[in-house]
Design a protein around this ligand. Structure first.
Ligand SMILES: C[S@@+](CC[C@H](N)C(=O)[O-])C[C@H]1O[C@@H](n2cnc3c(N)ncnc32)[C@H](O)[C@@H]1O
Length: 415
């Protein structure tokens, strides 16, 4: 492989890298844009079809200056160098292309931006580097190295102080000699931190962490989901409900993302009387859908189900909500159980909901609303539903993870 080479970038691929077409196939160059002529060098790891961008010789007119000083080194964002309009068209096209490749013919609405105020949840990594220096930050692009950070401009202002809090919490814990993953969630009552990786905590250490919690606006600190200290319960508002977050439960990455997905789901469910909300999490759909419809919600995370049930019983003006802990991969709702519902909403993790889609395909449920964060598993599951007699009435792509190649979508299917 030549030390440096000149490449012409054809387009941006579905991971956000520039793609050059050469005689030997495709070559992927992170941070390059379609139409650009670039100078490239070997990529770290010397992967045969990857290169490192050394210099942009002819820049695309759509190239813009990234706004974050860590961009290009930190692995958090793949795209800050591309104008909003082509970026948005590319993101919508990711959905259009995946559907076409799967042979699914349906309308795809314009992309809905759902970055809103920014990310409300981050995971930072803490490691001891050379000369015993503590590093707290994100993983570097394409490696496990940690890029220490002191700011991240894509965060919701509700996370102000979160990075400082992570450094402060990491300092006493890293002395135990284990790498740490520090998940921080912005709640209405302060920062909720769950640390993974440290050993058991001594009383002296908990006293020190309590001081840090007071100094850094922490609502709660947990270790592997076990309570270390709570100054005030970490609460978020969902519709008219107040939900106390269980440690480590899933939460949509941005408030705008949650509201957009829930608004689209509510629109598709507006005539529903009885809804099954599958993969419900702490209830961002159930607690809003129950304004009009009876809801039964299922998720394998018992903590999330408990939080949803508690919020449902303490919120007035909602139709009945029942919530049940159930593993829907191993024990999907069967066609006989699905008879209780005129509408099913499902929002699985990235693996999708193949087992549940198979049972839905054999059911008579008139309306299915599919929410997905992975277009590949969505198309797989949608094909199962289509083969079972459903037709897709429309798909809306949602951009909650701006600056990344991730895209969400909401689809309505009818039989
Ligand atoms: C993408 S999240 C959606 C949660 C919720 N709808 C929301 O918007 O916050 C996927 C959810 O699936 C749940 N989950 C993961 N595996 C599961 C399984 N095998 N059975 C049931 N639920 C599962 C997770 O606990 C998580 O709450």
């Amino acid at each position: 492989m030549a030390e440096t080479e000149r490449l012409v970038i054809d387009h941006v691929g579905h991971h956000g890298d520039g793609v050059a077409i050469s005689g030997g196939g495709k070559i992927y160059v992170p941070y390059a844009l379609g139409g650009e002529t670039i100078e490239a060098g070997p990529a770290p790891g010397h992967h045969p079809d990857r290169r490192r961008l050394l210099k942009v010789e002819t820049a695309s007119p759509a190239r813009i200056a990234p706004f974050c000083p860590h961009f290009g080194v930190c692995g958090g964002c793949a795209i800050q160098h591309w104008d909003a309009e082509p970026y948005r068209a590319w993101k919508r096209e990711l959905v259009v292309t995946a559907l076409a490749q799967a042979g699914i013919d349906c309308d795809v609405a314009p992309l809905v931006d759902a970055h809103g105020a920014g990310r409300r949840r981050i995971t930072l990594h803490a490691r001891v580097g050379t000369h015993d220096v503590l590093k707290v930050g994100y993983a570097a692009a394409g490696s496990h190295n940690i890029i220490p950070i002191d700011r991240c401009p894509i965060l919701d202002p509700q996370l102000n102080g979160a990075i400082e809090a992570a450094w402060a919490v990491a300092e006493p814990l890293i002395a135990m000699g284990k790498p740490l993953d520090i998940q921080i969630t912005a709640t209405d009552s302060g920062l909720d931190i769950d640390v993974r990786g440290s050993g058991p905590l001594s009383t002296a250490l908990i006293t020190r962490l309590s001081r840090i919690a007071g100094q850094h606006r922490l609502a709660r600190l947990t270790r592997h989901g076990e309570l270390v200290l709570m100054r005030t319960p970490p609460v978020i508002s969902i519709g008219t409900a107040q939900v106390v977050l269980p440690p480590g439960s899933f939460l949509q990455a941005t408030v705008a993302g949650e509201e957009t997905l829930a608004a689209l789901a509510s629109e598709h469910c507006k005539r529903a009387k009885s809804i099954a909300d599958l993969f419900c999490g702490v209830g961002p759909f159930a607690l809003r859908l129950a304004a009009k419809s009876r809801v039964t919600a299922f998720d394998s995370d018992a903590g999330a189900v408990g939080a949803l049930q508690k919020a449902a019983t303490t919120t007035s003006g909602l139709k009945p909500i029942k919530a049940e802990a159930r593993d829907l991969f191993r024990r999907p709702l069967m066609p006989q159980e699905l008879r209780d519902y005129d509408t099913v909403v499902f929002d699985p993790p990235r693996q999708g909901a193949q087992a549940q889609a198979t049972q839905l395909a054999a059911s008579k449920v008139p309306t299915v609303v599919a929410v997905s964060c992975n277009v590949a598993t969505f198309t797989r599951d949608a094909k199962i539903l289509i083969d079972g007699g459903y037709r897709i009435e429309g798909i809306t792509p949602v951009d909650q993870f701006r600056h990344t190649p991730h895209v969400e979508l909401v689809a309505r299917l009818k039989r």
